[in-house]
Design a protein around this ligand. Structure first.
Ligand code: NAD
Length: 264
């Protein structure tokens, strides 16, 4: 059964084949959606375009989410291309590398503002821009979070604070747009090796730590995140909004992880 037959989805945050956005784009395509994608800067087009074209995308647009004019232009093009859209995926985040190591109190004012702007405010701005395209049929908005929003994770620092604000934004936005038939949720994914994740000091250790202790004794991958994105953004998730759904092999339920088991 195809879950998104006839649906139109716009996905922000495609950088390369490791991106969570790419996992989601493929799953949506396999389930019958027409997928449009957006990448941040010209340099990324070389990787993003062939990927998008391989799933039949004909809407492939550059958009820096810190720029309101670029957001307006992208959604004007989306309206001309799709008419209405059913799904918006926000798989976008950024923090300066210096702010993903050392003490959180060393975070600069500029670094704090940048990570909040790109990783949090962009969801607000994209929701505002997507809303008119969803008013006719209702819609679904999905963002990506991480457990560092709730608990201290070494080196995640300012990004943890940004993810906390992102999850709160999901709740406020869900309350705003629910009466218009628009749902908005977050997936809190376990660590996955991607371009952004590579910027977090000690990321490899994080993967091993989770693999040794998570209830499922492994990490998750892009496809598993994508499958949850699929149910959340399809009729299967029709009663769910304002929620943070964990796709993390169960890691977040642990209060006191058991001692590590050696992974062969
Ligand atoms: P990724 O690097 O593939 O994706 C991040 C995307 O954000 C990139 O495409 C990048 O170009 C985009 N971006 C950065 N600044 C931008 C800007 N100014 N305008 C537009 N786009 C911009 O890495 P990913 O891991 O797939 O990240 C996707 C989302 O998943 C992020 O929100 C990330 O925090 C979240 N997440 C990742 C993990 C993980 O371990 N990889 C875990 C939980 C949540």
């Amino acid at each position: 059964m195809k879950l998104l037959e006839g649906k139109k989805a716009l996905i922000f945050g495609l950088a390369n084949k490791y991106s969570i956005a790419w996992g989601i784009a493929q799953a949506f395509h396999e389930h019958g959606a027409e997928v449009g994608v957006s990448y941040a800067i010209d340099r990324l087009e070389r990787r993003a375009r062939p990927l998008a074209e391989s799933i039949g995308s004909t809407f492939i647009e550059q958009c820096d989410v810190t720029d309101d004019a670029q957001i307006s232009a992208t959604f004007a093009k989306a309206q001309a291309h799709f008419g209405t859209i059913d799904i918006l995926v926000h798989a976008v985040a950024f923090a300066e590398q210096d702010d993903l190591q050392g003490a959180y109190y060393e975070t600069s004012r500029a670094g704090f503002a940048t990570s909040m702007d790109i990783s949090v405010y962009s969801l607000v701005a994209l929701t505002r821009a997507a809303r008119p395209l969803m008013l006719e049929n209702g819609g679904n908005i999905l963002t990506l979070s991480y457990y560092g929003a709730e608990k201290v994770v070494p080196h995640y620092n300012v990004m943890g604070v940004a993810k906390a604000a992102l999850e709160a934004s999901v709740r406020y936005l869900a309350a705003d747009v629910g009466k218009e038939g628009i749902r908005i949720n977050a997936i809190s994914a376990g660590p996955i090796k991607t371009l952004s994740a590579g910027g977090i000091a000690g990321f490899r250790k994080m993967l091993t730590y989770v693999e040794e202790r998570a209830p499922l004794r492994r990490n998750v991958d892009q496809d598993e995140v994508a499958r949850s994105a699929l149910w959340l953004c399809s009729e299967l998730g029709s009663g769910v909004t304002g929620e943070v759904v964990y796709v993390d092999a169960g890691y977040h339920i642990l209060g006191m992880p058991e001692p590590a088991e050696k992974i062969e």
